[in-house]
Design a protein around this ligand. Sequence first.
Ligand code: CO
Length: 365
Amino acid sequence: MSRISKLRKALQKAGLDALALNPSPSLTYLTGLHFHLMERPVVALFTAAGQVGLVLPELELPKVANRAEIEPFPYGEDPSAWGNAFRRAAEALKLDGARIGVEPTRLRVLELRFLEGAMPRAKFVSAAEVLASLREIKDENELAAMREAVRIAQEALRAAMRSFHEGMTERELAAEVVLQLLRHGSEPELPFQPIVSAGENAANPHAVPTDRPIRRGDLLIVDWGATYRGYFSDLTRTFAVGEVDEELECIVAVVGEANAAGRSAARPGIPAGEVDKAAREVIAKAGYGEFFTHRTGHGLGLDVHEPPFIYGGNGEILRPGMTFTVEPGIYLPGKGGARIEDDVVITETGAESLSDLPREIWRLG
Ligand code: CO
């Protein structure tokens, strides 16, 4: 069944008459089209009856030239005429008075105002769950793209670490990681800027690379990912520069056990929260519970953070084809931190890790 047919069914089931999307991974998922988010609105309208309309600037028309199933509603450069394009779409697709789903984390006030102006009696509600239900389960093509994104990331890291030397700064190593990602075939739009954090900086899970030199005795965290056909990978490994103190050595081992516990707990039919629980218990038992300050993971695909979210108490049931990260960490303020992150897919019987770089402490220098 095509993605548009699946969407139709899901809209009907959710009691929605239509879906309105601005440029976003969901729009790409449903249409294969890419648009940049800019000052001019681009809005795709999908009706539960199966029609697809697209309000867009005239200059973007070539993108839909061979797409008979998409009805374009183009507008010119004069902003005072843009509202008119939205009104033509609303009329053609009979949207006034409709219940219209939107993506609350994506649709901007810009697009919402045009939609409201063109269909004053329509009701706009969240379609986050409808879209999650479609995008969460990856098909073979999507999984192949994610495997390739993981492969590129792993090869790129191996290459980047070959140029590591003591005294190199976090920023220099981060630049090397980006360079190698591109060289190894990542699309230029990386999932995120790599995190490279050493010593006390590694105690901050979302550190930004600085000019701090990476020295003997540091734990070093590298969190990086590649993009392939729009799909992302997101991995983390922890390195030791020379000998590190016993406690730092210990937290890397504990995080490694927690990562393994999370991966082996993951299976179809259980709540996502169980994966978080399995990883968290290992860290709590070792006495570091209060230093594991974030959720165990997040869904991964065309977005770096998408459902299913792996946090304590999340009752969402895992199903075959779901992909997410398992990334427990321990962060000791002023001293250092450790995180080990893999990307997994739920199979018929358990979970398979897409990533296989060694997870034990990597000794540098
Ligand atoms: Co992550």
